[in-house]
Design a protein around this ligand. Structure first.
Ligand code: UTP
Length: 516
């Protein structure tokens, strides 16, 4: 077999090409449906609740699900506005749950009025669990709490394809003129910063399958996107899981295995498991396969004798294995973006995150939150705002960069050209500052911020912000993650925010206002 680096689109944030793809993507969004896979147990994180209920950042406390819904609604509005559409669309949103996550996910939605989405716009599809196996001879495992029951565990996110096929939703979407299905995961607070440009790439390049990717460090725990050519000439562009990439490369003539090239990164883009599929070809393929995805077992052994498991295993399947059955004519590509813009999942508990080799991402609640502040700071910097350099701090044994705590609602800016329209070059923000932008029409013309500023405005209020704001601001107070008297949401980050002093402005009536 031949293992090569496939071809795809590599984007640079903020250049003309990127801006062009973003604008195409926003136009296309009205023809998209979003699918969140949120049935996972989150064993590595070990959080007692569902992951989508965790705050993506603690400055505003916005949870992942709320953020995702706000992004989809903002895309829906922006897409319809761009096309001056008199009949606004409702972008469908599907959440795949499992027995472990279904009820709490539904409760979270219901108790928050679906975070502003119409209840009929959201559909929950529950995946079933499968029987567990105790040993190499595949003896069925018994439930540790009831020896008359078979132990079961989730079957992997690959179930999403058969669930969608059987739900009948795909044909309904197709008949309604939709063209794209976007799959994404439960805890990536940056994802929607990458969605418009990647959807633009799918539409422009005519990709049937577009995998979002980031530059990958050799041995980093994310799969690599590869082009495999079999001896009989069959080829496929497919994710190879990180634990299989090194042995695969070594047995196919790459004697260095999974190693960095001259760029300092692996030549294989890192798959972040956010997929954009073109609906027509997707339906055709599922009509053939009914959504069945190749299964595998991945037992975690107690020791190198590989005779007994740490805990029971089961058959699993992965959604990114979908291209494996595609015909050679299928257009399978990828879109690479910088990790700071596109990928900061919350997967690891503090103890495991602290053990991640230096230079590789922690993928913890701490790093996931800091990544949001860093991305927003870097985007504003690129738009000409003077943003102070970060400081380095250690929380929960992880060394992270702390940038100013800047957050905005997606309706303020979905894409880079929105940001550029709303800030001018005379603004500056100090490192210890917090800036919360909660409103659509808030314009910054020369703000100098050293402290905390929160602006809440209805869409019909246009607010011009100038002058300087200085106060004690909000500070991070380190906490011990083992301190059980504190909420788990904070403990897994290693800090709480101390709100010392802030300027908070609310504009609840339509009109023109200035804050100076
Ligand atoms: P992860 O790789 O983060 O796995 O899943 P996980 O199962 O949630 O966490 P661990 O491995 O137990 O620590 C990636 C995405 O796939 C979803 C997760 O909810 C997450 O969004 N997923 C995973 C499912 O929807 N179903 C599954 O059976 C497994």
């Amino acid at each position: 077999m031949l293992v090569q680096v496939p071809s795809g689109e590599v984007l640079t944030f903020g250049d003309d090409n990127f801006i062009m793809f973003e604008e195409v993507g926003v136009k296309e969004a009205r023809k998209a449906a979003f699918v969140l896979v949120a049935g996972g147990l989150g064993e590595r994180l070990g959080y007692k609740g569902i992951k989508v209920a965790l705050p993506s950042e603690t400055t505003t406390g916005t949870c992942f699900l709320q953020n995702y819904i706000a992004c989809i609604l903002a895309l829906q509005e922006a897409s319809c506005k761009l096309l001056e559409d008199k009949y606004p669309v409702e972008i469908p949103f599907v959440i795949m749950t499992s027995d472990d996550t279904h009820t709490p996910t539904l409760k979270l939605l219901e108790s928050n009025s679906f975070f502003g989405m119409k209840p009929g716009q959201v559909k929950l599809l529950k995946q079933e669990k499968v029987a567990c196996l105790d040993d190499n001879d595949a003896r069925i495992a018994l439930d540790p709490n009831d020896k008359y029951m078979i132990q079961t565990k989730p079957h992997g996110h690959g179930d999403v394809h058969s669930l969608l096929y059987n739900s009948g939703l795909l044909n309904i979407w197709h008949d309604a003129g939709l063209r794209w299905v976007l799959f994404f995961q439960d805890t990536n607070g940056l994802l929607f910063k990458a969605i418009p440009a990647s959807l633009g790439v799918s539409a422009t390049k005519g990709y049937h399958v577009n995998s979002l990717a980031v530059p990958r460090k050799a041995k980093e725990a994310i799969g690599g996107i590869t082009k495999l050519t079999h001896a009989d000439g069959r080829t496929m562009v497919i994710n190879v899981e990180y634990n299989q990439l090194d042995p695969l490369l070594r047995t196919t003539g790459h004697s260095d295995g999974d190693s960095n090239c001259e760029t300092g990164y692996s030549p294989f883009p890192g798959n972040i498991n956010q997929l954009i599929l073109e609906l027509g070809p997707y339906i055709e393929e599922l009509n053939r396969t009914h959504g069945a995805i190749a299964e595998f077992v991945n037992p975690k052994y107690k020791d190198s004798s590989k005779t007994s498991f740490k805990s029971s295993t089961r058959l699993e399947c992965m959604m990114q294995d979908y291209p494996k059955t595609l015909p050679p004519t299928a257009r399978v590509g990828f879109t690479v973006m910088d990790a700071w813009l596109a990928y900061a999942p919350v997967k690891n508990n503090p103890e495991d995150a602290a053990k991640v080799p230096k230079g590789n991402p922690y993928h913890s609640a701490t790093s996931g939150e800091m990544a949001i502040y860093r991305a927003n700071s870097l985007i504003l910097r690129k738009a000409g705002v003077q943003i102070a350099d970060p400081i380095t701090t250690v929380f929960n044994g992880q060394e992270v960069e702390v940038w100013p705590r800047i957050t905005w609602k997606p309706k303020w800016a979905l894409i880079f050209s929105d940001v550029k329209k709303k800030v001018n070059k005379g603004c500056s923000v100090s490192q210890r500052s917090t800036l919360v932008i909660n409103g659509e029409n808030i314009y910054f013309g020369g703000l100098s911020l050293d402290g905390a500023l929160l602006i809440n405005a209805v869409s019909e209020a246009e607010v011009q912000v100038t002058g300087s704001v200085e106060n004690k601001g909000w500070a991070f107070k380190p906490i011990d993650f083992k301190d059980n008297s504190l909420p788990e949401e904070n403990r897994i980050r290693g800090f709480v925010i101390e709100k010392l002093e802030q300027l908070e402005k609310n504009y609840s009536e339509p009109g023109q206002f200035s804050l100076h």
